[in-house]
Design a binder for this molecule. Structure first.
Ligand code: URP
Ligand code: ZN
Ligand code: ZN
Length: 499
């Protein structure tokens, strides 16, 4: 009679804190033991020469979002989560929409049913586009009670952006309820003003997307978002930092003791504004926001990673196929301004749906660029890809670690294996990958999700619907500091958040 369901022997374990050689045993979906001379498993896996790391957590991806006009993102929960598992990611957090003018309940009411098709474990950030008194008083508390503990606000995009006053209401309510606020920082009016100038000058190419939203519009909005969060004493997660000057402001706020954290995304470490200049409209594949930056900016992001200013790398997976949606100005909420169509039928830069696919490539590209090229060590890789996201989003102890009692979410990684990324091998639904032709060193060869082998040598074995919703309870990492300007608690429960 075997002692365990699976025993993985001979591998090198990597956690956020250490790297050590040990065997690992799994029983009933969790890690049962780590050590030497473990008893037999029903299945024995030889991991000689391989790394064992926590399954990735991608805390920022857009999957099967449903827009108010009924448009559904092409990347379904089935395809997106299959891609995640293939790339070593076992959990992700995506975005539950709120349509402006609608309650949370009446916005994409089938979204959770769609998500139940996932092959990977998942949770949601709730997008807030309309913080009505009802949403603040009733619907947001009900979300927290159901384990959805993070809200997402946008400071730009026409159908999504909040005013500063609306943002303050969300921050205050989140503080009262013990929820984390995540934010997309870009200055809406500055972008709109610059876009009009560019369009009036007849400049409509994909590269002008970056001209319309230079780092300073991101920096201004980041400073403003952090100041408003400080005003309310509410912890804040800054999404997709793309430039060193933004990271510098975040480091300053951290230095003042503010509870503010930041992620960047894989594409800001590998791609530049030059990709937006690719001919034949191919630059549209790289239209995302914040925009890709000048060569050299990635080095500043790596510095911010090594300094701990940026401590998560997400994919911001938001796929639009090049043959279809990228050429359709009405395809997404992720655009800004009137949809200008050019004489050849392609949209002007402002109407190209923003976003690129990356959930499958996030860990391989980061390993290759980070660990294989000597920019970061293995523990930092684990912190960036899983451990910090687990702590930040209320999954600590359960995900993002290798220790007895934790979910057996494990990726077996061959650090020497070289593989060329190409669309023919991708599992996502989108018709391109930004890393086409990229030669990666280090590759996931097996993924286990809660003790089940869900990917072996590139073949995804999990069934649709086998992923679980991850309910998240209250957690200490996002407790406010209790520091208010003039000592006046502007979030006191006796003062309505919707005032
Ligand atoms: O271009 C991007 N990032 N698209 C997804 C939406 C967002 O801003 O996160
Ligand atoms: Zn964003
Ligand atoms: Zn995003």
């Amino acid at each position: 009679m075997p002692d365990y369901d699976i025993v993985i022997r001979g591998g090198r374990l990597v956690t956020a804190a250490e790297v050590f050689d040990a065997d690992l045993a799994i029983k009933d979906g969790t890690i049962a033991a780590i050590g030497r001379d473990l008893g037999p498993g029903r299945e024995e896996i030889d991991a000689t020469g391989k790394l064992l790391m926590p399954g990735g957590i991608d805390p920022h991806c857009h999957i099967e979002e449903v827009s108010q006009d009924g448009t559904v993102q092409e990347e379904s929960f089935e395809t997106g989560s299959r891609a995640a598992l293939a790339g070593g990611t076992t959990s992700f957090i995506c975005f539950k929409p709120q349509w402006r003018g609608k309650s949370l309940a009446d916005s994409a009411p089938d979204y959770e049913t769609r998500a139940a098709r996932s092959l990977a474990d998942y949770s949601f950030h709730q997008i807030i586009t309309d913080p009505t008194p009802e949403a603040l008083a009733e619907e947001i508390p009900a979300l927290a009670a159901r384990g959805i503990r993070s809200l997402k606000v946008f400071l730009t995009y026409d159908p999504l952006r909040l005013t500063d006053g609306e943002f303050l209401k969300v921050l205050a309510r989140a503080r009262q309820l013990g929820m984390l606020v995540t934010v997309h920082c870009e200055n809406y009016d500055a972008i709109a003003w610059q876009q009009e100038a560019l369009l009036a000058a007849g400049l409509t190419d994909p590269v002008q997307h970056a001209w319309a939203r230079p780092p300073l519009v991101e920096r201004e909005a980041t400073v403003r978002a952090m100041a408003l969060a400080e005003f309310v004493d509410q912890p804040l997660q800054i999404f997709h930092v793309s430039a060193g000057e933004v990271a510098e402001e975040i480091a300053r706020a951290k230095g003042r003791g503010q509870k503010v954290w930041a992620e960047t995304c894989t594409h800001y470490l590998t791609h530049t504004i030059e990709d937006l200049e690719r001919p034949d409209f191919e630059g549209a594949k790289f239209v995302c926001s914040p925009a890709l930056r000048d060569r050299g900016e990635a080095d500043r992001l790596w510095d911010a990673i090594r300094a701990g200013t940026i401590d998560i790398v997400s994919s911001d997976h938001c796929g639009f196929s090049f043959a279809t949606a990228k050429k359709d100005p009405g395809a997404s909420s992720y655009g800004q301004g009137a949809a200008v169509v050019r004489p050849d039928g392609t949209p002007a830069f402002n109407a190209i749906p923003n976003g690129a696919p990356g959930i499958e490539n996030r860990m391989t590209v980061l390993f290759s660029e980070g660990v294989s090229k000597g920019r970061i060590d293995l523990q930092t890789f684990v912190r960036l890809t899983s451990a910090n996201a687990a702590e930040r989003y209320g999954l600590g102890g359960r995900k993002g670690t290798l220790m007895p009692g934790a979910d057996a979410d494990i990726v077996l990684w061959d650090p020497e294996m070289e593989q060329t990324i190409t669309i023919g091998e991708m599992h996502h639904a989108i018709d391109y990958t930004p890393w086409e032709g990229y030669r990666a060193k280090g590759w996931p060869v097996m993924t286990l999700r809660r003790g089940e082998i869900v990917m072996r040598d590139g073949a995804v074995l999990a069934e649709p619907g086998s992923g679980s919703f991850l309910a998240r309870g209250p957690y200490a990492a996002i407790e406010p500091r209790g520091v208010f300007t003039n000592g006046f608690d502007n979030t006191r429960p006796d003062i309505p958040a919707s005032r």
